[in-house]
Write a protein that binds this ligand. Structure first.
Ligand SMILES: Cc1cc2nc3c(=O)[nH]c(=O)nc-3n(C[C@H](O)[C@H](O)[C@H](O)COP(=O)(O)O)c2cc1C
Length: 186
């Protein structure tokens, strides 16, 4: 399984941090290749919000490095998550701009029929944001907003964030131990 994790300059770097944490765990029992790319503003937001260095758990590529394997369909990356996904990236994606490695890799996912999951973060959403998101949803993009759930009564910020991250992992088909509504812990 080859997966791209893209991180943009939307608030919610913790969503990306928790996803990378679970992917590092999953790698111990699942064959998993992960390529990471941060947008130009993502690291600024990461450092502001998390006040810790970015974890170099997986190979990381510069946002203008079109020599990264997943800049081409031929490298066989067929899954991609953009987490968190800014409205700027949503707009560029929906216009097909391909002007950095994130929008190029996402464009490759769409043309190759791969799985693209975006975790948009903004509030409130303007009509332009909603139109752009609708356009992407109609192209088959999984629009999985950073909208945590509270029915398991999470007690920490990480547990709140994980309610979204677990949905991302479910869509990727990566198993982690988690509570599921109406079921025992699996
Ligand atoms: C601390 C901080 C938080 C931000 N939060 C958001 C956000 O939640 N959603 C959003 O769309 N943009 C947010 N922005 C603005 C984006 O970083 C900015 O529009 C950037 O150009 C997006 O480009 P990118 O998608 O390439 O990272 C934030 C910026 C900063 C500095």
């Amino acid at each position: 399984m080859r997966l791209v994790v893209a991180i943009t300059g939307a608030s919610g770097s913790l969503y990306a941090d928790r996803l990378l944490h679970y992917l590092a765990e999953a790698r111990q029992h699942t064959p998993l290749e992960v390529g990471v790319v941060l947008s130009e503003n993502a690291l600024t937001v990461w450092e502001w919000e998390l006040q810790k260095p970015f974890p170099e758990t997986f190979p990381r590529y510069h946002h203008k490095d079109y020599f990264a394997p997943f800049a081409s369909g031929s490298a066989g990356y067929r899954q991609m998550v953009i987490i968190p996904c800014s409205m700027g990236t949503v707009g560029r994606l929906s216009a097909g701009l391909s002007d950095d490695l994130i929008t190029r890799a996402a464009d490759v996912m769409l043309k190759e029929g791969g799985q693209l999951i975006i975790v948009p973060r903004e509030t409130p959403l303007s009509a332009l944001h909603l139109e752009n998101l609708l356009k992407l949803a109609r192209l088959g993009v999984v629009v999985l907003p950073a909208m945590p759930s509270f029915y398991h009564r999470p007690q920490t910020v990480e547990a709140v964030v994980d309610t979204v991250v677990f949905r991302v992992l479910d869509h990727l088909g990566i198993a982690v131990a988690q509570r599921r509504w109406g079921l025992e812990e699996s």
